[in-house]
Design a protein around this ligand. Sequence first.
Ligand SMILES: *Cc1c(COP(=O)(O)O)cnc(C)c1O
Length: 343
Amino acid sequence: MKTIDLRSDTVTLPSPEMRRAIAGAELGDDVFGEDPAVNRLQEVAAEMLGKEAALLTSSGTQSNLVALLTHCRRGDEVIVGDQSHTLLYEVGGAWTLGGLGLRAVRNDARGRLDAGELRARIRGANDHFPRTGLICLENTHNQCGGAVLNEEDLAAVRDVADAHGLPLHMDGARIFNAAAALGVPVARLAAYADSVCFSLSKGLGCPIGSVLCGSREFIAEARRYRKMLGGGMRQAGIIAAAGLYALESMVGRLAEDHENARLAAAGLAQMPGVRLAPEPQTNLVYFTVEGWDLGRLVHRLGEAGVLCFDEGGRLRWVTHYGIERADIEEALDRTRSVLAAGG
Ligand SMILES: *Cc1c(COP(=O)(O)O)cnc(C)c1O
């Protein structure tokens, strides 16, 4: 029986072509700025996102922490969504390592920050208050079901940031999914933020890595913080070569993942007790199943060769490179049987 792994788009393995690109990479010492593949990846990424410069990091978590440290001073507050990855899943690095406070603003069901609450959370000038140093957005929004922030959503937050002279960072781990869903170049979305990071190791199918983009001055400073966090890597071209290949050859196929997610959602929605939570916009499908203990259901599905996670009250299926249309059909069949057999 074939295992269908829908736990995350991080389980993707490099394709044979990507492995060849890695094997053939021209290398140097990137801490000296001498790795040709890294330099090329950073140029290409900056160009695609419409920013002056870019920096390869080891992970999305590292990119976000480096961005927060670079934008802020110790003691500042960073405004984040209450469902954001940075607040919930990055080990508290911002306050533990950065001396930064994270101030949460409610995310609505579409991953947007509540506009009124956002304005209210920004600190005024007063000796009693910490300073607000940064506003963060997440696009696509993981916990909000892979929801896409469109240009109107982004412009609204940019206006607030500008009105208060604050920088805006976008956690764009899946920004290429957002661009694919909207049918716009990724630079159009990145334009609203001062800095944007995206993951190489999710839908783009690379083994490792994330890229942080911003102004030349921002990236020069970010480079120092990356080094401080232990992220100065030497012949990192073996990572960058995969990234370069992905930017050329993997971005264009993300729409397939979205199509498979819609297929999965349509099939799931017809099963008794299943409710989409919410309707998927990209490659993440969250759903609830009435009458089941979800931990037990995950276990039963696992026995049937369908792997997924219980994300605290919802199950999540993630489509990605390595999951074909036929795999979704098979996963739906197996799920139907598991549900029919009962809890
Ligand atoms: C996965 C993810 C990250 C972190 O990336 P890692 O490479 O796993 O550290 C950050 N933000 C969002 C929205 C993510 O989905």
